[in-house]
Design a binder for this molecule. Structure first.
Ligand code: NAG
Length: 241
């Protein structure tokens, strides 16, 4: 067993004093900064009130939590909103509960357990992110986006709606030899070779539904389709996308 000599005591005291002083300077509160954008299309919205599960579709906690980790978890599950809270909690959902308004940014003062420089919410506060988009998929396999149409003369190609993506629809229509592929209503796929006269190019915002199998891209709307044209054989250069 080590006996404490006088000099050890002195140096321990010095150490204690040193660490005390450095602690004292560290008491100055660190500025936490939320990443403004996170991979997957997430954009920081601010510090929000948690009114007893503002976002509640899915959640997990992890002692290496960061906003990136939470973003990845919620992205994989197809949600459009996430929030981190109280050092290490992650919540996913699509809508905020009523009353969940924006709070003072300084209320989000609990650093992420996995990154001491960023906030993971606070006490009943969420560092909140929303995903931008969805966007038009510009094309796949030489099929190019030619805009949002009211419909096309077509045959339905059945794909399980929950799996619908632009790629799957195009691949299905390509296999059957059609030059046009259209995705509608989030989860329907149509193939054809022509668009009839009474069907026309619509405003882009009529096609506003995310594909159910890929929420970062658009799959038409009610009675509207994002149409894809093989090597622009049908339409010539696209009018709009
Ligand atoms: C999801 O959509 C994006 C945007 O259109 C696209 O780049 C990506 O390849 C798609 N992923 C799948 C698996 O279809």
């Amino acid at each position: 067993m080590m006996t404490m000599t006088r000099s050890t005591v002195v140096s321990l005291a010095t150490l204690a004093l040193l660490s005390y002083t450095s602690d004292a300077t560290a008491v100055h509160k660190r500025d936490l900064e939320a990443p403004i954008e996170i991979e997957g299309g997430w954009e920081y919205q601010g510090c929000y009130l948690d009114v007893g599960r503002t976002i509640d579709k899915d959640s997990f906690r992890n002692d290496e939590m960061t906003n990136e980790m939470c973003g990845e978890f919620c992205y994989d599950r197809g949600y459009s909103t996430f929030g981190t809270e109280w050092y290490q909690e992650c919540f996913c959902g699509d809508k905020l509960a009523p009353g969940a308004s924006e709070a003072d940014p300084n209320d989000c003062d609990t650093a992420c357990m996995g990154d001491e420089d960023q906030p993971c919410g606070g006490s009943n506060r969420l560092s909140l992110y929303k995903r931008k988009g969805p966007d038009v998929n510009p094309g796949w396999m030489d099929y190019e986006a030619i805009g949002c149409w009211t419909a096309l003369t077509s045959q339905e190609h059945s794909i399980d709606p929950v799996d619908m993506t632009v790629k799957k629809c195009i691949e299905g229509c390509a296999t059957r030899g059609y030059i046009l592929a259209g995705v509608e209503f989030g989860g329907e796929c149509f193939c054809g070779n022509t668009i009839t006269n009474d069907h026309e190019l619509a405003e882009a915002d009529e096609c506003s539904y995310a594909c159910r199998g890929n929420r970062t891209e658009l799959c038409g709307g009610t009675g509207h389709m994002n149409v894809y044209d093989f090597k622009l054989q049908f339409s010539g250069p696209p009018a709009t996308t």
